[in-house]
Design a protein around this ligand. Structure first.
Ligand code: GLO
Ligand code: MG
Length: 344
């Protein structure tokens, strides 16, 4: 059964455990070693930030960047891996302090544009057509600091520039309502899809839905997925979990709310997610308390939980579900699902 799904994660998901209140607590694992762990953990897709593939890229020429990215592509091939997507990391440089595409400073917006071109070059060298846009700082801390209408126009302009720069790429917008900003301009999947409609080629714009981001927006991730599937816009997912309205926890998929995870798995499986080449992507973090030698369990556990939930989705008594829906006996339906999740 597991052969039907291909799984991916990003190298940042194996990390040193630093948080805003304390430094790293685990040694770094070098990139090449991380790549060797993918297959062992049951993964074949690698999610990239542009500078995961080409560290220090802002100090390199366009040619140097492409050369380095091609070297990474050869390593992927030798490890039996493929790049799922590349995402421009537009939230660390000083020129993106006030946002990248929506910065009030034209010189900073130009930096974002140029950097994004290099991201697309890297995607090309890594042989992926998918670019993820997590619009991290495209928002405000202060309502009056930016004009929200102009901000959306600027994001559209940036996306149109990407579509023109490489006519083959597709863009998956990863909506998130807050963190690092107080409010972002593209907080939900609905916003992401609507934004795509304003762009020059809406058919090439879709969504990457992260469970925790939907929860932070007060929404149910499986309903967000249903919305994107109805629009044929579910280009990727970032499965994880989240315990309420706090910082973005990126917990192991299903670890907080198994039923909520079940419903995500169920809708993905029901509508053949993955058949068009989509990956079951994770975006999970190991707890800070985890020791180095056991700091990849959040990845293999998330995958195992996903596959077990697929089994549960497939063995759910569909006739019984239909019957109870027909009778409008949702109390009994509730019990049916709970019993099923409890193995009864
Ligand atoms: C943060 C996001 C982040 C993105 C990644 C890919 O909240 O989830 O991890 O998914 O940078 O663009
Ligand atoms: Mg994510």
């Amino acid at each position: 059964m597991s052969g039907e799904f291909r799984f991916s994660f990003g190298p940042w998901n194996i990390h040193e455990g630093a948080d805003p209140f304390g430094p790293a607590v685990r040694d770094s694992i070098e990139f090449g070693k991380k790549l060797k762990m993918y297959r062992q953990l049951g993964f074949e897709g690698v999610q990239f930030h542009d500078d995961d593939a080409v560290p220090g890229m802002d100090g390199l020429s366009g040619e140097q960047i492409i050369k380095k990215a091609k070297e990474v592509h050869s390593i992927l091939e030798s490890e039996g891996l493929v790049a799922e997507f590349v995402a421009p990391r537009l939230w660390e440089d000083a020129r993106t302090i006030d946002g990248a595409y929506t910065s009030n400073d034209p010189a900073c917006r130009e930096y974002a544009r140029q950097r994004t071109h290099r991201t697309l070059d890297i995607a090309n060298a890594l042989d992926t057509k998918l670019v993820v846009l997590w619009l991290a700082r495209e928002g405000t801390y202060l309502r009056e600091a930016k004009d929200s209408k102009v901000a959306v126009d600027r994001i559209v302009e940036a996306i149109n520039d990407m579509l023109a720069y490489n006519p083959e790429i597709k863009i998956a917008i990863e909506a998130k309502p807050n963190e690092p900003m107080d409010h972002t301009y593209i907080p939900t999947t609905g916003h992401a899809i609507a934004l795509g409609l304003l762009c020059d080629d809406p058919s090439r714009i879709g969504a990457n839905i992260e469970s925790a981001h939907a929860i932070l927006a007060g929404l149910d991730p499986s309903d967000e997925m249903g919305f994107a599937l109805a629009h044929k816009k579910l280009f990727s997912v970032h499965l994880n979990d989240q315990n309420g309205l706090k910082f973005d926890e990126d917990r192991t998929f299903g670890a907080v709310d198994l039923r909520r995870a079940f419903n995500q798995t169920r809708i993905l499986d029901q509508y053949d997610y993955g058949r068009g080449g989509e990956f079951v992507g994770l975006d999970v973090k190991a707890m800070r308390t985890q020791k180095l030698e056991v700091s990849t369990k959040h990845l293999s556990n998330s995958r195992t939980i996903f596959l077990r939930l697929v089994e549960l989705a497939r063995t759910l008594d569909k006739n019984k579900v239909e019957e109870l829906i027909g009778q409008r006996d949702y109390e009994e339906l509730d019990m049916l699902i709970i019993n099923h999740l409890m193995g009864k």
